[in-house]
Ligand binder design. Structure first.
Ligand SMILES: [Fe+2]
Ligand SMILES: [Fe+2]
Length: 207
């Protein structure tokens, strides 16, 4: 895992500390949103596990192992969030909306390979990178030491996921193809994030 810090993330926009203070005013709803994010991340990795590009070809080396490892990490994160939530008297709703992730998923070019899988890897990588950036902000501004420590502990795990999703992208398509699409998706992510409403969510907008 690279010892990168927040400044090394390729994101096209940066979250100000004020965002962190605002969302931490409602820690229960922030934890609920976070729990659904981890659940979705686990589901996404399980789903991608059998979606390597080109059904008649050999799977990409390490693909299945990577996806099962990520799914396991995300399930562990989910358990941690749920434990924190329960101790603070919160509980999960049955359903949850994530307009940021939904909009990102609209960028996926469906039906052609390797474009579809490439885009899915990029969307996954970006959600990891943005989560990582937001956890770093939360860790730096949280006055609640338990939460600060928790966000800090997730940071390096999500950074590792970002790195492996991106590495897999370079295994399934030529470098020029991957580079140019990655730049497009990076720009799109910053715009999508900017359109989000503020509120106690990991991927909410900045007021
Ligand atoms: Fe996670
Ligand atoms: Fe992750």
């Amino acid at each position: 895992m690279p010892a990168a810090d927040i400044d090394d993330l390729p994101l096209r926009s940066r979250t100000p500390p004020e965002w962190g203070s605002a969302v931490l005013a409602d820690p229960i709803n922030l934890l609920i949103d976070h729990a659904f994010l981890e659940k979705k991340a686990a589901n996404n990795a399980m789903e991608l596990m059998t979606r390597w590009p080109g059904d008649n070809e050999r799977p990409v080396p390490g693909w299945v192992e990577t996806m099962t490892a990520i799914a396991r990490d995300e399930a562990a994160h989910l358990a941690q969030v749920v434990r924190l939530l329960a101790r603070r008297g919160g509980r999960l709703d049955r359903t949850h909306k994530n307009p940021y992730a939904n909009e990102l998923r609209l960028l996926v070019r469906k039906g052609s390979q390797p474009a579809e899988v490439l885009d899915r890897l990029f969307v996954s990588a970006l959600i990891e990178a943005r989560s990582c950036e937001r956890f770093a902000v939360l860790a730096s501004v949280a006055e609640d030491q338990e939460l600060a420590k928790f966000y800090r502990s997730l940071y390096s795990s999500e950074l590792g996921h970002f790195t492996v999703f991106l590495k897999l992208a370079y295994k399934i398509a030529p470098k020029e193809t991957v580079d140019s699409r990655w730049l497009q998706i990076l720009e799109a992510e910053a715009q999508i994030l900017e359109r989000q409403e503020p509120g106690p969510r990991i991927h909410s907008g900045v007021r």
